[in-house]
Design a binder for this molecule. Structure first.
Ligand code: ADP
Length: 200
């Protein structure tokens, strides 16, 4: 199966782009959703996280306290590596299961930190959604309840646009109107349909 890895910085437009592929009946595997399922109460990954980071990362109701975990791992490389060692093999496994369970010419795997986390071997082709940082900040401010400082910190922790552009096989410039985006996705969709014929 041809696996297209869709990536891009926060607010670049990954979810928006994924929806446009979904509209074309292409299955979407969202690694953020997989990661969230993995840390539900009772799941082995959550128990490993508690053993590694302590009870402070758990709410009283037994659910993961994402904010505390994010605080502990954000900009702390060794802590982040420990968390990745717990989650990544399981995400990989779930992804493989999902890929094997769908029948489609190709799938889109949304992997926000594809490049940063060195997960490029999970995919056959890297599709980057790119736009200027100021637009990312503006969108995230409107979408989430985060202040500009927080958004800039997240952006600074992500790979630079240049690094991502250098790694990408295809780039969607998403700084224009949403209607422009649809036409760009249609073009890529046709390209991936053709590519998928060489995969089987
Ligand atoms: P990501 O998944 O990369 O964080 P989203 O797809 O959620 O980004 O997009 C961030 C926000 O910007 C969303 O509210 C989305 O509706 C909006 N958005 C995305 N692309 C465009 C665009 N081309 N024009 C206007 N708004 C956009």
């Amino acid at each position: 199966m041809l696996v297209i890895g869709l990536t891009g910085g926060i607010g670049s437009g990954k979810s928006t782009v994924a929806e446009l592929f979904r509209k074309r009946k292409i299955p979407i595997i969202d690694t953020d959703i997989l990661a969230r399922e993995l840390v539900r109460p009772g799941q082995p990954a959550l128990n490993e996280i508690i053993q590694t980071f302590g009870d402070t990362v758990i709410h009283k109701n037994g659910e993961l306290d994402r904010q505390t975990l994010a605080r502990l791992t954000f900009q702390n490389e060794s802590a982040r590596k420990k968390l990745e060692a717990i989650l990544h093999p399981k995400i990989r496994q779930l992804m493989t299961e999902q890929i094997n369970s769908v029948s489609a010419p190709y799938v889109i795997a949304v992997i926000p930190l594809l490049i940063e986390a060195g997960q490029t071997d999970l995919v056959n082709h890297i599709l980057l959604v790119d736009c200027p940082e100021e637009i990312q900040i503006h969108r995230v401010k409107q979408r989430d309840n985060r202040d500009e400082q927080q958004i800039r910190e997240i952006l600074n922790a992500q790979a630079s646009r240049q690094t991502k552009i250098a790694m990408a096989d295809d780039i969607i410039e998403n700084q224009g109107e949403l209607s422009d985006l649809d036409a760009k996705i249609e073009k890529l969709h046709q390209k991936y349909l053709l590519m998928s014929q060489d995969e089987t």
